[in-house]
Design a protein around this ligand. Structure first.
Ligand code: AR6
Length: 168
């Protein structure tokens, strides 16, 4: 059994097993959702991130959630939009690898921000379609696993885009 939800607002306030961070390759913090997560989780998150040795585009690493309600933060690095075919593959890998890692840690509810659609300039509509298709495929391939997906949208434009494509 799985459920898909959309939430409008700040991902750091969500009460779920894991929230996903749209990080950069250093995993040492930044602006956007990355900055918000580091601020809300506290400095211990940065200390743990320092031990991880960074992360390649499309891959994912996990830490504890510290002061967040979420038990874990899954850090993934989206592509900086370039218009190449590899952008779509890399973005899809962010969602797939985050979900694989989540399952390994017995996570049953996970919130995703709209990875790469901020500072990394991935066109929102294309990114939304990739996110939804990749998550749907993962849920189908893991149909014996109970996973709730929350698409965390920080603005109404993103929220409405997800709403249109999810047909909720
Ligand atoms: N909760 C949910 N979504 C948020 C929040 C929040 N608190 N804050 C922003 N967003 P971005 P990227 C949305 O730029 O494009 C960082 O500096 C935002 O409105 O955070 O993957 C990293 O360190 C947008 O819809 O991530 C990297 O250097 C979405 O999250 C770089 O930015 C993603 O925007 C990553 O860029």
């Amino acid at each position: 059994m799985s459920k898909i939800q959309i939430d409008l607002g700040d991902i750091t306030r969500l009460d779920c097993d894991a929230i996903v961070n749209a990080a950069n390759k250093t995993l040492l913090g930044g602006g956007g959702v990355d900055g918000a997560i580091h601020r809300a989780a506290g400095h211990e998150l940065l200390n743990e991130c320092r031990t991880l040795g960074g992360c390649n585009t499309g891959e994912a690493k996990i830490t504890k959630g510290y002061k967040l309600k979420a038990k874990y933060v899954i850090h993934t690095v989206g592509p900086i939009y370039s218009g190449k075919d590899s952008d779509a593959t890399n973005l899809a890998n962010c969602y797939k690898n985050s979900l694989d890692l989540a399952k390994k840690y017995d996570v049953h509810s996970i919130a995703f921000p709209a990875i790469s659609t901020g500072v990394y300039h991935y066109p929102l509509e294309d990114a939304t379609k990739i996110a939804i298709a990749t998550v749907d495929t993962w849920l189908k391939n893991n149909s014996d696993y109970d996973m709730t997906i929350i698409y965390s949208c920080f603005d109404t434009k993103t929220y409405n885009m997800y709403k249109a494509y999810l047909k909720l």
